[in-house]
Design a protein around this ligand. Structure first.
Ligand code: ZN
Length: 494
């Protein structure tokens, strides 16, 4: 562990306590995951990448991290108040699919997009639909505590009653009087005692196809409940970090706090972290605005607003060029600038591999300072743009040495390689996107393929066709395309 690894606590929380893993020796981290009824879009990419970097960084610092990211596959009452029907159920009805087929279809696509963005899978990915029993038990306890009531087969959280004893709105800084005047009329309002009350259990309408038995009715759990229930189940009654998009602060996370206080008598989450939102050409993303671009459309360039395709690493780099609490605005110009910047960065890395070294150094102090500066930036509330700026400083040094304007020793070059490996590849999670001969951040399997193919090249040079063909055919059989080129070979995954 690095000496400075407690600093992130102060910076993430702006408080002066010690960051200590509190549940089974692990840092518990819960992030609100996707609702799976459509293809992943930029709104999915930002929290996934932000908390991926935090997960990678905490792990790098030596913490054991249990990272839970849920799948919302039931109870979209709050999301879909406008349409009045659960979107998964609607899609299932229209396309004559099992609701879980719809969920699985979009979940597979989500996982695929996340893998392309080099987002590590979480430790646990619980489904709301797989935790109905736990959610029912959780509701029973809130009913016992007196902060919920049953009404016509549904169960609602009693916000005014809770607010009389505790502070509803503390996270978002809202007060209940203000909420009262803002709250619009919702479906089923007459069942509620108060417009701010929210559903813990909702009786299913006859046409509603996703429902489960409960002591109150055939129905489904409220959306806010799944995160409180599954967070506590996997991370304990108190855990360290809860993350999500800024748009979830209210009401979702506010409701989670109220639920856990009603359930346990105390708050569950020690630190809340919210990433800011993404706009497109200065506008909010939305289906009705015609600027709703899915991740697949970004990767293929297949959308009228896109001038070209943008690779997953360009998207990732672009998101990391902003600190997670600031807004990000997508435009073709901005993405093209990111694409070029990332190219420059990876060229610096490539140049570093064959940099000429000297006996003496003119850059040693500057090189030595970069590592500490990168840690300092990450400790300062995951300030990824500053880390990127320091890595560009490293590129500048590399170019100066390459142009003969500065001198670097073998040790300087090693330190620079460590810097890129640690910060650009391991923590920021950037990878070189082409398989094959690129000198980017190769994963072990890629190195193994390169090794096999260089043995094949040697065999070919000796006219040992049997070995050469054997290597190519066996690689093809396990899913690699190998192509001979003028300069040697190229390969890719089929
Ligand atoms: Zn949530």
């Amino acid at each position: 562990m690095k000496d400075n690894n407690f600093a992130i606590y102060n910076s993430l929380t702006r408080r002066k306590e010690m960051f200590r893993p509190i549940h089974e020796g692990r840092v518990g981290m819960y992030v609100c995951g996707p609702t799976v009824y459509g293809d992943g879009h930029l709104g999915h990419a930002r929290p996934a990448i932000t908390f991926d970097v935090l997960y990678r960084y905490l792990t790098h610092l030596g913490y054991k991290v249990r990272y839970v990211r849920n799948i919302t596959d039931v109870g979209h009452l709050e999301h879909d108040a406008d349409e009045g029907e659960d979107k998964i159920a609607k899609k299932a009805r229209l396309e004559q699919l099992e609701p879980m087929e719809v969920v699985q279809h979009y979940l597979n696509r989500y996982h695929d997009a996340m893998a392309r963005l080099n987002v590590l899978p979480p430790s646990i990915e619980p489904h709301a639909s797989g935790h109905i029993i736990e959610q029912i038990e959780y509701i029973k306890k809130i009913l016992e505590s007196g902060y919920a009531y049953e009404s016509n087969g549904s169960v609602y959280f009693d916000v005014p009653r809770y607010n009389a004893d505790h502070n509803y709105g503390k996270l978002s800084g809202r007060n209940i009087e203000e909420l009262l005047s803002e709250t619009r009329t919702l479906d089923g309002q007459q069942e509620k005692h108060h417009p701010t009350d929210f559903a813990l259990w909702k009786k299913a309408a006859p046409e509603h196809i996703m429902h489960w038995p409960s002591p109150w009715s055939e129905g489904f759990p409220g959306w806010h409940l799944e995160c409180s229930t599954m967070g506590e189940k996997y991370l304990g009654e108190t855990f360290d970090i809860h993350g999500g998009g800024m748009d979830l602060k209210f009401p979702h996370h506010e409701c989670e706090i109220a639920q856990s206080v009603a359930h346990n008598g105390k708050e569950t989450v020690r630190y809340w972290m919210h990433n800011n939102m993404i706009t497109i050409n200065g506008q909010k993303m939305g289906k009705s605005l015609g600027n709703f671009i899915t991740l697949d459309e970004f990767f293929t360039g297949n959308h009228p607003l896109l001038e070209q395709a943008y690779s997953p690493m360009t998207i990732r780099f672009f998101i990391l060029q902003a600190q997670y609490r600031s807004t990000v605005d997508f435009s073709n110009e901005a993405l093209q600038a990111s694409e070029k910047a990332l190219q420059r960065m990876l060229e610096g890395w490539k140049r570093l591999q064959s940099l000429k070294t000297s006996e003496d150094s003119t850059v040693a102090d500057e090189v030595a300072a970069l590592e500490a500066k990168c840690y300092e930036a990450l400790d300062d509330d995951l300030n990824t743009p500053i880390v990127i700026a320091h890595l560009f400083d490293a590129c500048r040094i590399i170019n100066q040495v390459n142009d003969g304007k500065a001198k670097a020793t073998e040790a300087d070059v090693e330190a620079l390689k460590t810097l890129f490996n640690t910060f650009l590849f391991d923590i920021l999670g950037i990878k070189a996107e082409t398989g094959g001969n690129d000198a980017g951040a190769m994963r072990p399997y890629e190195e193994a393929v390169e090794l096999l193919l260089s043995i094949r090249s040697e065999a070919k040079a000796k006219k040992d066709w049997a070995t050469s063909d054997l290597i190519r055919d066996r690689l093809a059989a396990i899913g690699f395309n190998v192509k001979d080129t003028k300069d040697g070979f190229e390969w890719s995954l089929k």
